[in-house]
Design a binder for this molecule. Structure first.
Ligand SMILES: [Fe+2]
Length: 493
């Protein structure tokens, strides 16, 4: 922290500015403090006023959170009084709590994809546009135009065009997206196999040419005012990886200390802590993992987690989801931890166990918890995104989930998915908060009134992450005010 402060002060001085203590604290609370400072200096210079001492007010005026997250200014405190006579309000969608099994029949896959298509089709139909079926467009005269709802089967790049093989519930067809239309190419390049989307086409000779494509997405404004919600905070975190030699116990202790002893007024109003999976590092998750483990048995790892969780104040409801490192079936939807592990975790305190994904309501706010296994597939397939630039690009990756209205738009690849009759990975009702983890890079921002969070990690950079150039955000939690849906990233370094 000292080092960061010094860097901020030096950077400002080099540009001819002095920072007040409040300005420094405000910058420190940001996701990328140095980058934020550079952007503020750029804007101060552009505004051509003669400020040389920069205080917190100047930074807020410029719109700090707009620079950082494109979201609202994250002033999360309204009431300073502690929470009294508060009764937790939690609803859990039971569909995400089951242990699903499949037999591996082809009909199971057909049903699964049909469910995915039909659910996303009904979301697109709510836009009020009229859509045609492939079978009818094939019979229509040359020159006619239509809009289809399709699933992408294959995308092949040619010299002059991108060819999309798509299907709907009536047939399959080949669409031609001409490369001379730059705007269109940008959109088509981002399309992912198995994604369901709308496409405007025109029939020229016997081919269907793409004029535009659009994803199901969410409306720009959709939230209704809910005045009766109490001002309660949720703390979102994930990816502790207890059992790994790289787990930062010292930072976790800072977090516990903050929860129990801090005079920050919001601490008194924290009602929930949500952990979006990877509580342990697990055993045998990747080759030669044993060399990186402090505890080589999962039982021991879970016992350690139980001790770490036992110090979270008992008044706070602790909700635990699962990830790919946890001892539970790997394919999505993952069930909650089994009784064997729950018993260990509940030795010292009560916990609420949910699956992955999990759809819950806290204080009447819809919260979609998803560990984020498919984020790896999206990072690999979206143009211009890599692990080494993830701190800047994670926002686009998370937005892709909301725009696709699906938690794993690409079927399979690195994300095992069970083909169960109902596709539970479709985002049917727009969540107030989407809480993800898995990639170990923090993000908190707004996208069309959805609070998008990736809650970072408590594990130092691993050798694998070093190889791929991923810089994890270690020791962070995201705090969300459930009344106002404003948020802030809190670092415990
Ligand atoms: Fe993880």
């Amino acid at each position: 922290m000292e080092y960061l402060r010094r860097k901020l002060v030096e950077e400002a001085l080099r540009e001819g500015y002095n920072l007040t203590a409040e300005a420094i604290s405000l910058l420190e609370s940001q996701q990328n403090p140095l980058e934020t400072l550079r952007e503020i200096i750029k804007r101060l210079k552009a505004s051509k006023n003669d400020i040389i001492v920069v205080d917190a007010e100047h930074i807020k005026e410029i719109g700090l959170k707009n620079i950082e997250t494109g979201g609202i200014v994250s002033e999360i405190i309204i009431e300073k009084a502690p929470l009294e006579e508060w009764v937790p309000d939690i609803e859990i969608d039971e569909r995400y709590m089951k242990h699903y099994r499949i037999e591996g029949k082809i009909t199971e896959f057909q049903k699964y994809f049909n469910s995915r298509y039909m659910k996303l089709k009904s979301i697109l139909e709510k836009r009020g546009e009229s859509f045609s079926r492939i079978i009818d467009v094939m019979r229509s005269p040359k020159g006619s135009e239509a809009t289809l709802i399709v699933m992408l089967l294959e995308k092949v790049e040619k010299e002059q065009s991108i060819i999309l093989q798509v299907e709907d519930d009536t047939s399959t067809v080949r669409l031609v997206a001409p490369k001379k239309d730059n705007e269109l190419v940008k959109k088509v390049e981002k399309l992912l196999v198995d994604q369901v989307f709308g496409v405007r086409v025109v029939k020229i000779d016997n081919s269907l040419f793409v004029k535009d494509v659009f994803l199901p997405d969410v409306p720009v404004k959709w939230r209704t005012i809910s005045e009766d919600i109490r001002e309660v905070y949720a703390v979102l975190l994930s990816d502790l990886h207890v059992g790994s030699k790289k787990f930062r116990r010292d930072l976790w202790e800072n977090f516990l200390d903050w929860l129990s002893n801090s005079s920050d007024p919001e601490v008194q109003r924290i009602g929930y802590i949500i952990v979006a999976g990877d509580i342990v590092d697990g055993v045998g998750v990747f080759p030669r993992q044993d060399k990186e483990l402090e505890y080589t048995s999962v039982i021991q790892q879970v016992e350690e987690v139980a001790k770490l969780f036992s110090e979270i104040p008992k008044r706070i409801k602790l909700i635990i989801s699962v990830g790919n490192h946890d001892p539970v079936m790997k394919a999505l939807p993952q069930p909650p931890l089994s009784k064997k592990y729950r018993k260990i975790l509940e030795k010292y305190r009560e916990c609420i166990f949910v699956g992955n994904p999990a759809l819950i309501k806290l204080e009447n706010r819809r919260l979609l918890i998803y560990h984020g296994q498919s984020l790896d597939d999206i990072i690999q397939h979206l143009p211009n995104i890599s692990y080494s630039t993830l701190d800047r690009e994670i926002r686009n990756v998370l937005e892709t989930l909301i725009q696709s209205r699906h938690l794993a738009p690409i079927y399979g690849e690195n994300t095992p998915i069970l083909p169960i009759p109902e596709d539970l990975l479709v985002i049917e009702d727009t969540p107030h908060i989407l809480h993800t983890g898995h990639v170990h890079v923090v993000h908190a921002g707004n996208y069309r009134e959805v609070v998008l969070v990736n809650s970072g990690t408590w594990q130092e950079q691993t050798s694998y992450q070093r190889e791929i150039g991923l810089e994890p955000t270690v020791g962070t939690a995201v705090i969300v005010n459930l009344k106002t849906l404003s948020f802030k990233v809190k670092k415990f370094i």
